[in-house]
Design a protein around this ligand. Structure first.
Ligand code: SAH
Ligand code: SF4
Ligand code: F3S
Length: 438
C-alpha cells in the first residue's frame, strides 16, 4: 500500500460540474495512483493540483479562472507544483487557458485523460484536447481491488448528438459513444464484488445507450442479474430516448429504483422548438403518463432553463402549467447563459430582471412541489441504503429508493446496510426516519 508512504506524491483534485466529472476524477485518481500519487484533501500540501472543470454555464467556467488566480501564491512559493486543468473547459478553451493563466502546466480534455500520466512525466504534449480513435477506458489502469463505498457511478455512454441550441456538451464531450455491454457488466460485477450495492449509470444521454442488443432496457435487465447489486439508477435521460422497453423495465426490474430525472427545459412548444428539443410539451406529458402507468410511485425530477432567447410571459406560464401537471419531486432550474459556439449564442437575450423574476417564480413552485412530495413520504416505509455517519453522534444517513436523503437516529446500522425505514419527518432537503424492527 502506498497510502501511508511519506515519499508518495500528493494529488489534489477539485471536481466541478456533473456526475460524469465525478466519475472521471475517480478514474484520473486511479491513473495517477499507478504513477505513485496518493490523493490529498489539502491543496496546500499537494505536489499536483488538478481542476476538473465544467463549461455548461458562464459562471461555471469563470470559477476555474478565479480558482487558478487563488493558486498563484502557492505556485510562486513552490514552482515545482504541477497544475493541470481537465474536463469541459479544457476541451473548449485548450491552449487559451495557458495563455490566460501561465501557471497552468497541463490541459487535458475529457476524452484523453488516460494520457495524463505520460503528460505529467513530460512524455506527451502538455495540451491534449483530441477526440482520439482509441477508447480511453481501454487504456486506463485496472482499479486496485479495494473495497468501495456502497454507491458508485458507472459511465456507460458519453457525448451527445442532440445539439440543443443552448448546450456546449456536444462540443466539449463530442459525438455519442456507447461503451460495449460486456465491459459495463464486467465493471459492474467488479464493483459488486467490492461491496457496491447501488450503481448509477451515467451518460449525457444515458438512455440513448446502444452498446449492445436490445438497447438500454436490456442492459438494465442484465445488470439486474448481478448478485449483490441491489439498486440501479441512471442519469441523465432525454425524453426522446425513453423506449418502451426501458419504461417496462421500470415495471419489471425490482432493482431499478422508482426515480427518474427526465429534463424537459421548458413547457412552451415555441421555446422547445427554438431549443431544438424535438418534442412538444404534450408529447412529454403523455410520456410521463406512460411511465407512471408502469411505475405509479415513481418520483420524477427535471431541469428547466428560464429566459431562453425569445421566451415570452406566455411561454413562461406554459412552463409553470407543465410543472403543475407533472408534480416534480425535485428539479434544477437555471437562468439561460449564452455559450460561445452554440446556435443560440447570438440570439437577443431576455431582459435580465425579467428572467430573474421568472426564475424565482419557477423555483418557488418547484420548492412547494418538492416539499409536498417529501411530506407525502411521512408514514411510508422505504428502504434506505446507509452511506455515512451523520454529523451528530448516533445518527446515520442514507438514500431512500426515491433518492431522498434520510437521517436515522440509530447505532444499529453500518455503512452499506440496506434497511426498512419508516419516514417520520421532512426537513428542507431531507427526511427523518426510524428503523423498522426485524
Ligand atoms: N444531457 C442532459 C443535460 C446536461 S446539462 C440533458 O439533456 O438533459 C445539465 C442542465 O444544464 C441542462 O439540462 C440544462 O437545464 C442546463 N443548461 C445547459 N446549458 C445551459 C445554458 N447554456 N444555460 C443555462 N442552463 C443550461
Ligand atoms: Fe446538451 Fe441537449 Fe445533449 Fe442534453 S441532450 S447534453 S442538453 S445537447
Ligand atoms: Fe459540465 Fe461538462 Fe458535465 S460542461 S455538466 S462537466 S459534461
Amino acid at each position: 500500500m502506498t497510502a501511508h508512504n511519506p515519499a508518495a506524491k500528493k494529488l489534489f483534485i477539485k471536481t466541478y460540474g456533473c456526475q460524469m466529472n465525478v466519475y472521471d476524477s475517480q478514474r484520473m485518481a486511479e491513473a495517477m495512483g499507478a504513477e505513485g500519487y496518493v490523493l490529498t484533501e489539502d491543496q496546500a500540501d499537494a505536489d499536483m493540483v488538478l481542476l476538473n472543470t465544467c463549461h455548461i454555464r458562464e459562471k461555471a467556467a469563470e470559477k476555474l479562472y478565479s480558482d487558478l488566480g487563488r493558486l498563484k501564491p502557492l505556485k510562486a512559493a513552490r514552482p515545482d507544483l504541477k497544475i493541470g486543468v481537465a474536463g469541459c473547459v479544457a476541451q473548449a478553451e485548450g491552449a487559451e487557458i495557458i495563455r490566460r493563466m501561465p501557471l497552468v502546466d497541463l490541459v487535458v480534455g475529457p476524452q484523453t485523460y488516460h494520457r495524463l500520466p505520460a503528460m505529467v512525466r513530460g512524455e506527451a504534449p502538455a495540451i491534449d484536447t483530441d477526440f482520439p480513435e482509441e477508447d480511453k477506458f481501454d487504456h486506463l489502469p485496472a482499479p486496485r481491488a479495494t473495497r468501495r463505498a456502497p454507491a458508485a457511478f458507472l459511465t456507460v455512454q458519453e457525448g451527445c448528438d442532440k445539439f440543443c441550441a443552448f448546450c456546449v456538451v456536444p462540443y466539449t464531450r463530442g459525438a455519442e459513444v456507447s461503451r460495449p455491454a460486456e465491459r459495463i457488466l464486467a465493471e459492474a460485477r467488479d464493483l459488486a464484488e467490492r461491496g457496491v450495492r447501488e450503481i448509477t449509470l451515467l451518460g449525457q444521454n444515458v438512455n440513448g445507450w446502444h452498446g449492445g442488443p436490445g438497447g438500454f432496457g436490456a442492459l438494465i435487465r442484465s445488470l439486474g442479474e448481478i448478485a449483490g447489486l441491489e439498486r440501479i439508477r441512471y442519469t441523465t435521460s432525454h425524453p426522446n430516448d425513453m423506449a418502451d422497453d426501458l419504461i417496462e423495465a421500470h415495471r419489471d426490474v425490482p432493482q431499478l429504483m422508482p426515480y427518474l430525472h427526465l429534463p424537459v427545459q421548458s413547457g412552451s412548444d415555441r421555446v422547445l422548438k427554438a431549443m431544438n428539443r424535438k418534442h412538444t410539451s404534450d408529447q412529454y406529458l403523455r410520456l410521463i403518463d406512460r411511465i407512471r402507468a408502469a411505475r405509479p410511485d415513481i418520483v420524477l425530477t427535471s431541469d428547466f432553463i428560464v429566459g431562453f432567447p425569445g421566451e415570452t410571459d406566455e411561454d413562461h406560464t406554459d412552463t409553470l402549467r407543465l410543472i403543475e401537471r407533472v408534480g416534480y419531486g425535485m428539479a434544477y432550474s437555471f437562468k439561460y447563459s449564452p455559450r460561445p459556439g452554440t446556435p443560440a449564442f447570438d440570439r437577443p437575450e431576455v431582459d435580465a430582471a425579467v428572467a430573474d423574476a421568472r426564475l424565482q417564480e419557477l423555483q418557488a413552485l418547484l420548492t412547494r412541489q418538492q416539499h409536498a412530495v417529501q411530506e407525502g413520504m411521512i408514514g411510508r416505509t422505504v428502504t434506505v441504503l446507509f452511506e455515512k455517519a451523520g454529523r451528530e453522534a448516533g445518527q446515520m444517513i442514507g438514500k431512500s429508493d426515491y433518492l431522498h436523503s434520510v437521517f436515522v437516529d440509530t447505532d444499529q446500522v453500518q455503512v452499506g446496510d440496506l434497511r426498512a425505514v419508516r419516514i417520520i419527518g421532512s426537513q428542507r432537503n431531507s427526511l427523518h426516519g426510524e428503523l423498522i424492527a426485524g
